[in-house]
Design a protein around this ligand. Sequence first.
Ligand code: ACO
Length: 335
Amino acid sequence: NAQLAEVMDTSDDWIRSRTGVERRRYAEPGVGSVELGARAVRAALADADVDPEEVDLLVSATMTPDVFAPANAPLIQHAAGLGPIAAYELRQQCAGFLYGLEMANSLLETGRASVAVVVGAEVHAGYLPFGPTAWGRLRGTHAGPVDPDEYAKATEGRAWAVLFGDGAGAAVLRRGGADEGFLAGRLFSDGAHHELIHVPGIGFRHQPYIDAAQLEAGMCEPHMNGMELFRQAVRAMPEALVAATGAVGLTPDDLDVVVAHQANARIVAAVANQLGVSDDVVPGNIAAHGNTTAATLPILYHELREAGRTASGSLVGFTAFGAGAHWGASVYRTP
Ligand code: ACO
């Protein structure tokens, strides 16, 4: 946060108190979400003691792909050393990993797949509103002052730019018994809310699909209605958890832990409040990572697992709300 305050008009105190973020990481130039995603896939396979040849399904979720086409899915499949398997790409932004879990689970249940990997990977650094001197300050390669035009542009984008960090996470899933794994899930989408957060430039309705005027007008950066997003996220995630737990005769009270998307620590606290559970049931890690979009759920799950919060038999709720809007929840019994 202190470094960001050198390149825009913000402060550690503002960012911490309004969002809960204390630090976030940015990938080096040339390192994209495919590289981070492939590293996460390899680490998850090693952790699960599964050989890459056993995997017959990959589901990749990102809103920051390495290139416009093709999708990250085949690039991660290849980079992670997986065979020529079915590899899907999902575009549900912050709800991408949740949609990926539901999709992989469905294909496992129908027998279309036997070992699936779901990966969420993001490198947001490329669209952050920082110029060369600002990046130089952030990366420790420029000791001089930040160019005043760059400072003004970064300040214009400060409401969203301070939120995001880069990262990746992956999970290995295989078919299990009837009373374990994903017990229920509920997914929702409503494009009526697409302008809550969207990137209006780069797209084939525009001819040419990208030009200098769009870049100049900031059309290739996120446009965000932060307050309304906040309101919708606080309503939607608890409703989805109630629906998903209710589908198997349970209530949110039965959940041992809720792995909730991390867009703002105050949203996470409000979700716990809406559910009527203690803050400890809905833990957060946004302080250390910022919002890593599709990578948030697997990174948080990994950290909770390392901390012993997902022991065998635990009832885990997953929930997310993301641009689109897409949202939902899954209920998972740890095998
Ligand atoms: N530093 C300092 N001041 C700032 C910053 C900043 N980084 N950002 C905004 N401000 C200022 C504003 O300019 C405004 O100043 P003004 O009163 O003089 O006009 C003031 O702070 C208050 O701004 P608000 O936007 O009203 O602040 P709010 O308390 O709503 O917090 C925030 C903004 C943090 C963005 C919040 O609304 C939020 O977290 N919303 C949800 C965002 C979210 O979920 N984003 C992820 C989307 S998910 C996905 O799929 C990608």
